[in-house]
Each structure stands twice: as structure tokens, then as C-alpha cells.
Design a binder for this molecule. Structure first.
Ligand SMILES: Cc1ncc(COP(=O)(O)O)c(C=O)c1O
Length: 390
């Protein structure tokens, strides 16, 4: 979260004092959560948005809405937070992990090769605000009748060819946990233009809402399902409404600072990594790739020595598949009978050596955090310092 202030406090206080925190307030009254969903629909140009309690739950809900379950496979990239894989397993499907390419996102060539008769969906993950190659991914997915579920948890507000990330695929998922561009502590949103996915998601995300007055007329018999509870509340919605109004300003500043930093770099023995849409970039960091891991780590040490906040890109816990795939290989499910591999045709397990392309890229890449603290002049000085150290 980059910016927070008195406006958030006032908005939360107003809801708390009203004593109306529940998102369903009868047919006549629009709740703060309803208003927030409308704001997301406008900003992301989608017909439906649904607030849920986390980004992980947005992914689970998206897959449930799309009817993905036991026996199905979902393709995910090697470079993603463990939550992407967990969400697939939660609906009883299995994640097929594939390599990333030099843009740090799902490699379309590997995606095409990985599709088989059990593949139901692909999850392109816009890691660190770097957009995936959505044109190539959507084209391949369409040819093979595979759904595209975007994981834009780390890319809220970014865009690809003038469309917001999360609003391009069949379904899109956002996260608002404390590490994200805008936040309300914990939260998530599901986006879609498909009315039947939306109705199913609404039923699944909050089973009891099928019985209450507020949403009763939205459903038809065929939408009803036994789901769970990932219902959002109006206190969080009040904070996120204000955060959402700050989003474009935050992105403008992040892009300005990243551009300035890049303009200072000569890139003699390193490569600046960019996503698949530079104008729509919403990175909270700058990614630099060296020729080998030793050079990269040496630079990280130098930068840290000068108090520049940075780390090897594999330094965050559970962000690359070889940090979390052991849980899958060891089939650590809370109940053995609910092991999705029991229903699957494939009894796969993963080795780090399956991902040599990803290992090569990620093990020699570092990330420097872009902060919005201080004045532009102070940031420029810092940019000069970084340029001298790289
Ligand atoms: C790529 C990615 N997907 C999904 C999630 C899950 O979001 P949440 O923590 O809101 O459940 C995260 C969270 O950090 C993430 O980085």
C-alpha cells in the first residue's frame, strides 16, 4: 500500500458509526460494497465485479464459477506466489506448472506445448506489475478452448494494450492485501464480462445469499450451488473505495519514477526487464538481469550497503515454484481423500530441473523497490546512486 490518510479513517468511521457493516441491506439500499463493485466495474470496464475476502479466494471463486474441478488441469507459471497453485488445488483440480520467458511471465510457447485434453484453464500471472503477453496467450487459449483466468493480484490497475489487467481474460482476480498497490488490509475482487460466471460466482462466494432478499432475484435455479463464505464487508469497502480513488495517481507516480530510473541506466553488463506493455506497466520495482547469479548477488550486496531496498527476485518466500512445489509433491492435503491427484489422470511431481529456463532467468535477476517516499529531487538523487552501483 502506497498511500493512506485521514480520508480512509473518516470513511471507515462513518460506516462503523452507522452500525451497518453487512453488505446486504435489502433491495432498496445500496451498500458501500455495492458502490465499490460499481466503481471497479467502471474503472476496469467490465460488466461484473465481485468483492471477496482475499486474492486467493477470488481465484478459487473464479475457478468454481467456471466449473473447474476434479480431473481438470490448470496451467500456471513457475514464477508466481504459492496462492495461485493453492487455489487450483482447492477446487480439486491440479496445477500444471510451466516456464516463464524473459518478461518474467508465462511463456506462450510453453503454454501451447502443455495443453492436453484435461486442460480447462490457464492462469497468466502479471507478477510484480509486469503484464503477460495477453494477445498470444488469449489466441492460443481460444484455439484450444481453454479459459483464461488472470491473476492480477500483483498488478492492480496496470494495463495491456489499453485494457486493464484482470479485465482481458474470461475472469480476472485482484488482491488488496497489505503488500499490494492499494489495500484494505485483506481483500480480493473477481472481474468478468460473463453473466453466467458472475451469477455462479455470487452463489459460490456466499452460499447463504441464495436465501436472502437482497440478491434473490439475480439467480436462476441453474445458478444455485453449495459454496462457501468469502463475503466482503462494508468497513473494508469504505477503505478500499478511497484507495481505489487514489489508484491512477499512484500508478502515474510509479511509472514516472521507474522511467526516470531507467533513463539513468546504461545497461552495460545487465539487462533491464520489461513486461509486455511498457505504457501500462504498474511495477512496484525495477528488475535487472545479470549474466550469472554471482554478479547479481554482488550487486544486491552493494545496493543494500547503500540502503537501497532490493533483493534477488527469488528472495521473497514462496514466489517461485521450487520453493513451494514440495508441498504438492508430498501431497500435503488436509484430508487424504481430498487429494486432487486421486481424481486426476496424471500423477505428476515436479523437480527444479523441469524449470531450467525459469531458473536461468530468475536466479540472475534482482529487483529494486520503487518507493513513493520523498520528493522527486530526492528520488532523482537516489536514481543516480543506483545507476552508479549497478
Ligand atoms: C500472484 C499472487 N496471486 C495471488 C495472491 C493471493 O492474494 P491474497 O494474499 O490476497 O490471498 C497473491 C498474494 O500475494 C499473489 O502475489
Amino acid at each position: 500500500m502506497y498511500k493512506v490518510g485521514q480520508e480512509e479513517v473518516d470513511a471507515i468511521a462513518k460506516v462503523v458509526l452507522s452500525k451497518r457493516y453487512f453488505r446486504y441491506q435489502g433491495k432498496e439500499n445500496k451498500s458501500v460494497t455495492d458502490q465499490l463493485e460499481k466503481s471497479f466495474e467502471e474503472k476496469f470496464q467490465v460488466s461484473h465485479s465481485l468483492m471477496v475476502t482475499s486474492g486467493t479466494n477470488a481465484l478459487v471463486c473464479a475457478m468454481a464459477a467456471a466449473g473447474i474441478g476434479p480431473g481438470d488441469e490448470v496451467i500456471i507459471p513457475s514464477f508466481t506466489f504459492v496462492a495461485t497453485a493453492i487455489a487450483v488445488l482447492q477446487v480439486g483440480a491440479i496445477p500444471r506448472i510451466i516456464n516463464i520467458d524473459s518478461t518474467l511471465s508465462l511463456d506462450p510457447i510453453e503454454f501451447k506445448k502443455a495443453i492436453n485434453e484435461n486442460t480447462k484453464a490457464v492462469i497468466p500471472v502479471h507478477m510484480d506489475g509486469l503484464a503477460c503477453d495477453m494477445e498470444a496467450i488469449c489466441t492460443i487459449a481460444k484455439e484450444s478452448n481453454v479459459l483464461v483466468i488472470e491473476d492480477a493480484a500483483q498488478a492492480v490497475g496496470g494495463s495491456y494494450k489499453a485494457k486493464r489487467l484482470g479485465a482481458i481474460g474470461d475472469l480476472g482476480c485482484l488482491s488488496f492485501n497489505v503488500d499490494k498497490i492499494i489495500s484494505c488490509g485483506e481483500g480480493g475482487a473477481l472481474l468478468t464480462n460473463d453473466n453466467s460466471f458472475y451469477k455462479k460466482a455470487l452463489c459460490f462466494h456466499d452460499s447463504p445469499c441464495q436465501f436472502g432478499e437482497t440478491k434473490k432475484d439475480v439467480f436462476e435455479e441453474s445458478d444455485l450451488c453449495i459454496g462457501t463464505s468469502m463475503r466482503f464487508d462494508d468497513i473494508k469497502a469504505a477503505m478500499l473505495n478511497i484507495q481505489l480513488s487514489r489508484l491512477d495517481e499512484i500508478l502515474l507516480q510509479l511509472r514516472k519514477r521507474k522511467k526516470l530510473l531507467i533513463s539513468k541506466l546504461e545497461g552495460k553488463n545487465y539487462q533491464i526487464i520489461q513486461g509486455n506493455c511498457i505504457e501500462g506497466d504498474c511495477s512496484t520495482s525495477l528488475h535487472i538481469k545479470y549474466e550469472d547469479p554471482i554478479q547479481m548477488v554482488t550487486k544486491v550486496k552493494k545496493l543494500l550497503g547503500e540502503k537501497v531496498v532490493c533483493l534477488p527476485i527469488t528472495g521473497r518466500p514462496a514466489h517461485v515454484c521450487w520453493q513451494w512445489m514440495e508441498q504438492i509433491n508430498k501431497r500435503r492435503f488436509f484430508h487424504p481423500d481430498l487429494d486432487p491427484f486421486k481424481w486426476a489422470e496424471s500423477d505428476m511431481s515436479y523437480q527444479k530441473s523441469d524449470f531450467l529456463q525459469s531458473v536461468e532467468i530468475l536466479s540472475s535477476t534482482l529487483k529494486i523497490y520503487l518507493d513513493l517516499e520523498g520528493t522527486d529531487e530526492e528520488f532523482e538523487k537516489k536514481a543516480d546512486l543506483i545507476a552508479g552501483l549497478l
